[in-house]
Design a protein around this ligand. Structure first.
Ligand SMILES: NC(=O)c1ccc[n+]([C@@H]2O[C@H](COP(=O)([O-])OP(=O)(O)OC[C@H]3O[C@@H](n4cnc5c(N)ncnc54)[C@H](O)[C@@H]3O)[C@@H](O)[C@H]2O)c1
Length: 324
């Protein structure tokens, strides 16, 4: 009997593309679902999808996950027992101008995934949350823990991601299918997202344009290389909680880096010194993020391997040879 496929939502996105690649590498059959929206250049999504389309065992379906009837039909008909739900409206700043994009993709979309999984009897749902649920708080000794309060979001994006966790908690209790939520911390790397600072700074620096450094350069982020993120996602996928269980895990690098250090590292990788203009923090931004990863390490031995200098060098290599 052939293996049940794994559904990956957001498979044309940055994280979803890499997850699908790794699943195919280990011999899984993968159904990708993505609406290819224009939040950033869809050509990049098409280029990721084209690489997946060429591989055995992969099918991409162009579908809005908030279309709950279509999604429920797909999940049931596919016979999938595992769903990795990564589709979302990402980005903190965009939510100020486009709040309803977050309502549709993150709230209606997540509910639609939950309903589809419940009716199809899916054995494990792994879904993306975000470090932004921790709100704006100072760095502390050993990082933000999953047991810390996460009730003071400073952006609509963060509020929708925290809402997804609460929706999942209620579905785990009501219907019993195991779920794991992953709080990603600033994921970066090849095939990354052009709206993120390391990527947009690179584009500007290559063109000799000035970069805008927000928070006067005093922010810090727990940058996490994409391959480490994929290791963590698969580690969680392979270790579901018991029936009725719902667990939330941080998935980060456990090593916050200041924005100016990130820029210096990027300058070294590119061999270009950036022209910088300093700006105050923007609404919705948080000062710092810092993942405590003990819980994920205890589950699956998760240990990030790629530090920022190496990861940005790999990103720059990809960007210099990129086709898009
Ligand atoms: N990259 C990060 O640093 C980061 C950090 C925290 C959380 N996350 C979360 O991780 C997940 C993946 O993020 P990413 O960086 O790959 O983002 P991405 O924007 O590259 O990928 C998301 C994909 O979802 C698709 N999508 C959006 N709405 C959809 C809908 N209604 N129906 C179907 N497809 C839809 C988009 O077209 C896109 O291809 C998201 O849930 C995001 O919120 C990412």
């Amino acid at each position: 009997m052939s293996k049940a496929p794994i559904i990956v939502t957001g498979a044309a996105g940055f994280v979803g593309y890499h997850v699908a690649e790794r699943l195919l590498d280990r011999g899984e059959t993968v159904i990708g679902v993505d609406v290819f929206n224009a939040y950033y250049d869809p050509a990049l999504k098409e280029a990721r999808a084209a690489r997946l389309d060429g591989r055995d065992g992969f099918t991409m379906l162009r579908m809005d996950i908030a279309d709950h009837e279509a999604l429920a039909d797909l999940v049931k008909a596919s016979g999938a027992q595992k769903v990795i739900h990564l589709a979302a409206q990402a980005g903190v700043r965009y939510s100020i101008e486009n709040p309803f994009a977050y309502e549709r993709s993150n709230l209606a979309g997540h509910l639609s995934v939950l309903e589809a999984c419940r009716h199809a009897g899916v054995e494990h749902l792994v879904y993306a949350s975000s470090s932004s649920v921790y709100g704006d708080r100072p760095l502390n000794g050993d990082g933000f823990r999953e047991s810390d309060p996460a009730e003071t979001p400073v952006s609509l994006y963060a509020a929708t991601k925290r809402s997804c966790e609460l929706l999942s908690q209620s579905y785990a209790k009501l219907y019993g299918f195991p779920q794991s939520g992953l709080r990603f911390f600033t994921v970066y790397g090849p095939w990354g997202r052009p709206d993120m600072a390391y990527f947009s700074f690179t584009e500007k620096m290559l063109k000799g344009e000035t970069i805008e450094v927000y928070g006067e350069g005093k922010m810090a982020r727990d940058f996490t290389y994409i391959d480490d993120i994929v290791d963590g996602i698969l580690g969680v996928l392979d270790n579901p909680p018991a029936k009725g269980g719902h667990e939330v895990y941080n998935i980060g690098d456990n090593d916050p880096v200041g924005l100016m250090d990130m820029i210096n590292t990027l300058e070294a990788a590119l061999g270009i010194e950036a022209n910088k203009v300093f700006r105050p923090m923007q609404p919705g931004d948080v000062t710092a993020t810092y993942a405590n990863i003990d819980k994920l390490h205890a589950l699956c031995g998760y240990k990030p391997k790629v530090k920022l200098a190496e990861g940005l060098a790999r990103f720059v290599d990809w960007r210099r040879g990129a086709r898009v």
